[in-house]
Design a protein around this ligand. Sequence first.
Ligand code: NAD
Length: 492
Amino acid sequence: MADGTRALFMLFGGTGDLALRKLYPALFNLYKKGSLSKHFALLGLSRKELSDEEFRAKIMTSIADETADQQVATEFVSHFYWKSHDVNNMDHYQDLKKIGNQLDDQYQTGGNRVFYVSMAPRFFGIVAQNLQSQHVLSENGGFNRLVIEKPFGRDYQSAKELNDQLNSGFQENQIFRIDHYLGKETVEAIPVLRFGNPLLEAVWNQNYIKDVQITLAESLGVEDRAGYYDTAGALRDMIQNHTLQIVSYLAMDQPNSFVDTAIRAEKVKALESMEIYTDQGVKDNFVRGQYAGDEDHPDYRHESGVPVDSNNDTFAAGKIVFNNPRWGKTPFYIRSGKKLADKQGRVDIEFKKPLVDIFAKGTGTPGELQKNVLTLEIDPRVGLSLTINTKDSKQGLHTETVPLDYLQSDNRAAQVPLPYERLFHDILNGDGTYFASWPEVAAAWHFVDPVQQVWDTQQPDFPNYQQGSMGPTAADELLARDGNAWFYRGTK
Ligand code: NAD
């Protein structure tokens, strides 16, 4: 086994849903591959009283799907320790400091520390401040990295306050704001597709691209997350973070090199050149929705835990216009929602048709040229497709459209690291490429805040879309006004 990065993890929220379902399996995979050194330890923390053995039993269950070799699993969990910890109790941080130093010595971690806050967002800032004020940070030359889950604020102001709290103990290059979409294969591939293929990058601008469409659709409803979701909505839960992050990779200019600081600088420039809408602009360019019920399923307002008068958006769509030379008036359309036709994360890039279609033979003649569409499939399939015009095989000259397809095989999919595995790997290597920097988060809130503010002051006409559809008809009209249409229409 290669000697991967050494580190002590302090995981706040160590028995939480995210930790058990995603974080431990991801760490185990890194360990099996040698990217995480045997010189690691993990201290799980929450208010629960557990023995190390009880904690290790939970880890065993959590990694069961990833376990082939029982001996390796047993060896892995032997690095796990538990400490009951209340994030507001200063004495408990003194304990952390002592245990941290012991584990550093015992596992020869090189003093490297990863503080992962996998708790409700109201605790993010408190933990960061207390770690600093109580001197829990490593002081013997190792790195100190802080990992923060989502959501990062609920508007610019709250995000700024949170960021100021984090900055009291950590510098920007020590803060890793998780956006798990950035750990997905297709999203990570966007810069390579663009800047590794002159064929694409040469036409990646307003002269050739008619419009860009990003769809992050979920087929599930609010499930058991109403408490959180009803205070967030689709705009905050999916658009401000995941969708705008994908937009930034699609829209940015080429960085000087592929290092996180250079990439982040270009992403910020792209996000800051999005037009911020006036109240009228919001009404013209954004659509919100809430799902209706059907014979077998309640509408959103009758889901468990949702107030019957909730005006929360379970669907959001919008049009982004960039004020920059690359994109000019090429619109980026975005949409995300719950209870849609199917689970589908994708980008459809529609190219312009040729100015002159020399194959067009008049009305009713088959074979008029169609626009090229490049599709990037993010979820659940991983794939690429480009539709191109060619001649069909019949007598005479008629054109037809065929796809050039790449679809990840099941075999290859089985080898692909889990999103959290990639992200942990990057955290251990100090690589912030696939994390959201503060200026990006700020720019995204500056764009989203005016939309939310208009929505907060106006009574919506909810419910306004059927379960199993692709959202309200107003989302179709948004594109139709520009002479466009959603390329992806759902499979139902
Ligand atoms: P959870 O409620 O399951 O776990 C929270 C943990 O915090 C528990 O271990 C709990 O014991 C601990 N805790 C609560 N109050 C405490 C206190 N005062 N002192 C010490 N410990 C305390 O939450 P989760 O679903 O695991 O989510 C964790 C974070 O991850 C949240 O920020 C959430 O938004 C984010 N997230 C979760 C998911 C998911 O699938 N669960 C997905 C994306 C993001």
